[in-house]
Design a protein around this ligand. Structure first.
Ligand code: HEC
Length: 117
C-alpha cells in the first residue's frame, strides 16, 4: 500500500513538475557514483551539492586554481583524465571513469549542477 502511495506521488510529482524529471535525467549517468542532495553521502565520487562555482577539493587539484565554472566543467566532463593530466603536468589521472562526449549532454548536466544551492 505504501509503495503504491509513494509511486503515485512520484508519478504525480513528475506530471506536475516535468522539469524535475528532466533535471534528474541530465545527471542520470552520474547517479551511479555521485549524490546531489545537500549533505548526501560520498559514493565512488564526492557529493556534488553546491559544486558549481566552488574550488575543486580533489587531492590532485587542490592548489591548482581549479574552480568549477562552466568552461572548466565542460572540459572536465569531456575527459576527466585528460583534464587532470593537463593540470598536473601528466602526473595524475582521474578516478572518474566517464567521458561525456556530447556537448549538449554536458551542458544539461552543468545547468542542473547550477541549481543545487
Ligand atoms: C564511474 C563513476 C563516476 C561517474 C559515472 C561520474 N563520476 Fe564524477 N567523479 C567520480 C570520481 C571517482 C571522482 C573523483 C575523481 C578523482 O579523484 O580523480 C569524480 C569527480 C567529479 C567532479 C569533481 C568534484 C570535486 O570535488 O572537485 C565533478 C564535478 C564530477 N565528478 C561530476 C560528474 C558528473 C556531472 C557526472 C555525470 C555526467 C559524473 N561526475 C559521473 C566518479 C564518477
Amino acid at each position: 500500500m505504501m509503495k503504491i502511495v509513494a509511486l503515485t506521488l512520484v508519478v504525480a510529482t513528475s506530471l506536475l513538475f516535468p522539469w524535475t524529471a528532466g533535471a534528474q535525467d541530465a545527471v542520470k549517468k552520474c547517479l551511479a557514483c555521485h549524490t546531489f542532495d545537500k549533505g548526501g553521502a560520498k559514493k565512488i565520487g564526492p557529493n556534488l551539492f553546491g559544486i558549481f562555482g566552488q574550488a575543486s577539493t580533489l587531492p590532485e587539484l587542490v592548489g591548482k586554481g581549479v574552480v568549477w565554472d562552466e568552461p572548466t566543467l565542460m572540459a572536465y566532463l569531456e575527459n576527466p583524465s585528460a583534464f587532470i593530466a593537463a593540470k598536473t603536468g601528466g602526473a595524475a589521472k582521474s578516478k572518474m571513469a566517464l567521458l561525456v562526449k556530447d556537448p549538449a549532454e554536458r551542458k544539461a548536466a552543468i545547468d542542473y549542477l547550477k541549481t543545487l544551492k
